[in-house]
Design a protein around this ligand. Structure first.
Ligand code: MP5
Length: 208
């Protein structure tokens, strides 16, 4: 029996909902998120993206050549994203070189540990990570400034298409994966969903 990303979403509907619908995002949409909460998310997410860059590079290193086009487009977009984070931090006078909070560190350690997993597992985790932000920033609906720019970064049609392509790559790799590897891919999806939820909560909790 082969596993697909869609089946994972169906099977873990509640968990996925918790990963992508959070008061942090709702309050961005309502314009009521506190600066401290948003800024905490921003600096911690920069730390996340630094580690995510390394994860994506490791995925490229083990990917079949047929997946290069899509994965390399993601890798080159990250260069722009890191610069964009630096610009956003500078606008807010935020210092980006901060220690990781425990939840961010846990997520980064997890991404690091994925290096030991076979390609279908890494590919499923990659799709999950990107789809979480694609949905999370889109589901609340149009956001007011300054949050609209953030919602657009992960909710724009180009990014949505990229995430669909990642889903296809994960599905193809899962088709021929052994049952054990499929189980590991499911475990990775579940772990990503939980870590996503925790990440929003970490930022949300930072309000005084
Ligand atoms: C992403 C992110 C999306 N920036 N932060 C978390 C906690 N999860 C997912 O990754 P990217 O590289 O910004 O598209």
């Amino acid at each position: 029996m082969s596993l697909s990303c869609n089946q994972l979403l169906e099977k873990h509907r509640q968990l996925w909902h918790e990963a992508t619908v959070h008061p942090f995002l709702t309050q961005c949409q309502q314009g009521t998120i506190k600066a401290e909460q948003f800024n905490t998310w921003l600096v911690q997410d920069y730390q996340f993206v630094l580690e995510f860059t390394r994860m994506l590079a490791r995925i490229v290193a083990i990917a079949p050549q047929s997946d290069f086009d899509i994965l390399l487009s993601g890798l080159s977009a990250i260069k722009d994203e890191l610069n964009w984070f630096q610009a956003k931090a500078s606008e807010r006078s935020l210092y980006l070189d901060v220690p990781k909070q425990p939840t961010c560190a846990e997520y980064c350690d997890y991404m690091h540990s994925l290096a030991l997993s076979p390609y279908p597992v890494q590919s499923t985790a990659l799709w999950g990570i990107e789809f979480a932000y694609n949905q999370g920033w889109q589901l609340p609906g149009t956001m007011p400034a300054p949050y609209s720019e953030f919602a657009d970064r992960w909710g724009n049609p180009g990014f949505t298409e990229y995430v669909k392509q990642l889903e296809r790559l994960a599905d193809i790799s899962l088709e021929t994966a052994s049952e054990t590897i499929q189980e590991q891919a499911e475990e990775a999806f579940v772990t990503v969903a939980k870590l996503e939820k925790d990440f929003w909560q970490m930022a949300f909790n930072s309000a005084q």
